[in-house]
Design a protein around this ligand. Sequence first.
Ligand code: AVJ
Length: 363
Amino acid sequence: MTTFVFPTIAFQTEDRAADGRVTGKLDGKPDAKLDIDQRVAEAVRRGLSSRPRRLPPWLFYDQAGSRLFDEITSRPEYYLTRTERGILAAHAQAMIARAAGPVRNQRGANQPPRLRITELGAGSADKTRLLLKAVVERQGNVLYEPVDVSASALDAARERIEREIAGVVVAPRVMDYTHGSRRGLKLEPTHADERRLVLYIGSSIGNFDPPEAMRLLKRVRAGLKPGDGLLLGVDLVKDEATLLAAYDDVAGVTADFNLNLLARLNRELAADFYLESFAHRAIWNVSESRIEMHLESRIAQKVRLTALNLEVEFAQGETIHTENSYKYRPRQAETVLAEAGFAAAGSWTDERGWFAVCLGRAE
Ligand code: AVJ
């Protein structure tokens, strides 16, 4: 039996600021305030109170977590980013041409419409850059609208893109595209001679189970005009060893990324998770076609989340389910897109068939 000693943090939850955020003073440090994000607090309370215990994957991406994710994408085992980048590098021009629509060869035919690029997520630097460059080559300049909940991520994307690619004007849109109404995404209307191409790349859709993914795609469709496009990047089913290695790299970066969730709860909710008492686990759930990430309690223990006034008991071996990463079968993305109201307009993959980028055209 191992005994762990935890530091004690006193915290007063009754301090409530005018904006509804709870602030508390950490014991002994009168200036150390804890600013609690109510969205985080509610998600954590719900997830850790339910059985099996779970935490939503969007919680990964605080500052430390975003840095760790970037580090994951350069690990040799994490083939996703590299593979998708290869597909985009080889086919960006073709994808953009296809999204802009057919060009008639006859003299006097209409000019193909201009494209506006809207990206769900703040933009994964060099992958988005390949597509933006292809649009600029085609039409001279482009309006690029990254959509994200995080204003700071959007500022960083804007700064980077405007500095690095001439001809791109960045118009950030602060919005949570993952939640919200059944009605369409509220995007700024495009001009009559303009087509919008929505980018949803990086296998981000992999975090959603099939019904959630369908709801999200239908919401995207409802925000578009016929002829607009959606470029969707999905990771494909492959051998189990390759999948598992991508989510459990030998350098332990993915483990750190997963465990950072607990570190985040310690920081933001004055919790006392002892990180060494939890183990990173990656599982291939073949019947659900998804990689699952969990944090497994190595011992029987109680954890206190002071800011939530919550105590959570873990049995030895009990896990917190932190992420699903769905893997698609060949042609599955096209089928899903069709059901969401997008006609198949192109599909590209790598020579190993590990990742697919599919273009759907709003019907
Ligand atoms: C950002 C959701 C695409 O599922 O592969 C990477 C997140 N989790 N390693 C993925 C992630 C663990 C990633 N997505």
